[in-house]
Design a protein around this ligand. Structure first.
Ligand code: ATP
Ligand code: MG
Length: 396
């Protein structure tokens, strides 16, 4: 029989935080959780010092669980049943949980927040274990129990929980500001966005599109990725930059071996300017050391020199296999591997340099008026809002 939970008890992550930071953390987490679970209208919330208590009021825990696992800031959460703080009533609920489990072994883990409660944690453990042993076939296993029965004696009620679902970890989105994340249709950049959000940054996406060299499907793919990622922050903003004219000019005026380096310097310039205009203090992207010619240390150095805004690369030191595992876990992988061309793949040179020189970049860049082309790109940016349920809509 499926257990009817009444509450969800969600434990906060990053417990090192103290004072005002801790209050901000909890407030942001409460707001984000409400936003993520807004379709479940009957839920009520209580942010306590030891966790966020969500009263289900009849809503379906199973459905909520999937969404809650995507809220950054919780280490884990559990379905809970509450009762008055009387040992007989606690035993009744414990027995109900024990009778509805497939487990064969168990352990009771009681914790008192209300120190006035007459029994010690150890006494509670023994009393409840005794009732379960007497009324079920379950056996005690203190080392590797299949069922861990948690009992929290809080100030108001006793809460009983039997399983801990892993939370998303990290910081609540927004608590550490905003970031502009370069989103291509590949495997890496969605993961860089995910890790950026996990660190508590609200992400805006920027995508460089080279229509008609890249297809509508390629753009739809990027929107689909943004939509999957938007779940973590409620709704996302995607800036689409029409990049074709600038890109054609680069290929006309630079040596082929430098085309990618110059192109990436242009992307960084545009991203940098957009970040400034939107008061965003951080740029992130999916660059990973050594992955391709434009991601050698020499390339990364020469490319990032054009941006004043801080650039962090969440994947810099990760292996492709680690990135792919994350990508499968969060569900972007299947979309990322769809075979539509990105602007980089279409204009890919045969022999890109792996050790670009700054003076050579400056030389090629002096051969054309890239600034007006950049301004043109900025003027023509299309900004759309991506939410999980509503199709995208123009906001500017
Ligand atoms: P990904 O790295 O996402 O798998 P990719 O491998 O095609 O895509 P790279 O050539 O490795 O992209 O580019 C490195 C990073 O530059 C990307 O992770 C992404 O952050 C950014 N980038 C590349 N192309 C674009 C684009 N068209 N629009 C926005 N950002 C881009
Ligand atoms: Mg890549």
């Amino acid at each position: 029989m499926e257990i009817k939970y009444e509450y969800i008890v969600c434990r906060y992550g990053e417990l090192v935080l103290k004072g005002k930071n801790r209050r901000d953390f909890i407030n942001a987490l409460l707001k984000n959780t409400k936003q993520t679970l807004k379709e479940f209208k009957a839920l009520t919330y209580e942010a306590r010092h030891d966790g966020l208590y969500i009263h289900l009021n009849g809503e379906d825990y199973g459905k909520i669980k999937t969404l809650l696992a995507k809220v950054f800031g919780f280490v884990h959460f559990s379905g809970a049943i509450a009762c008055e703080k009387e040992i007989d009533k606690i035993a009744q609920v414990a027995l109900y949980l024990a009778q509805n489990t497939k487990a064969e072994t168990f352990k009771v883990l009681a914790r008192r927040q209300d120190k006035r409660f007459k029994m010690t944690s150890d006494e509670i453990n023994r009393a409840i274990a005794g009732v379960i042993l007497k009324n079920t076939m379950l056996k005690v296993d203190v080392h590797k129990p299949q069922l861990k029965l948690y009992i929290t004696i809080a100030n108001d009620l006793a809460y009983l929980m039997e399983e801990k679902s892993p939370g998303a970890g990290g910081f609540p989105v927004g608590i550490n500001g905003r970031a502009l994340c370069f989103l291509s249709g590949g495997i890496d950049s969605p993961i860089s966005a995910y890790l950026t959000m996990k660190k508590g940054l609200r992400v805006e996406f920027i995508h460089f599109a080279s229509m008609p060299y890249t297809s509508k499907q390629a753009l739809d793919k990027v929107k689909e990725l943004a939509k999957i990622l938007a779940v973590y922050e409620g709704e996302a903003i995607l800036h689409i930059v029409p990049f074709t004219d600038l890109q054609l000019a680069i290929y006309e005026h630079t040596d082929e071996s430098y085309a990618i380096t110059i192109m990436r310097r242009m992307m960084y310039r545009i991203g940098d300017e957009l970040a400034k205009r939107r008061h965003i203090k951080l740029i992130t992207n999916g660059e990973s050391v050594g992955q391709v010619a434009s991601q050698t240390i020499e390339s990364l150095d020469v490319i990032a020199k054009v941006a004043d805004t801080l650039v962090l690369r969440p994947l810099a030191m990760m292996d492709k296999s680690e990135i792919m595992t994350l990508s499968r876990n969060i569900g972007t992988y299947e979309v990322s591997i769809l075979p539509y061309d990105d602007c980089c793949t279409i204009f890919e040179p045969k022999n890109p340099t792996t050790k670009p020189k700054l003076d050579k970049c400056l030389y090629y860049e002096s051969k054309f008026d890239y600034e007006s082309l950049i301004n043109d790109c900025l003027d023509k940016i299309e900004t759309i809002k991506i939410t999980n349920e509503i199709e995208d809509e123009d906001i500017f």
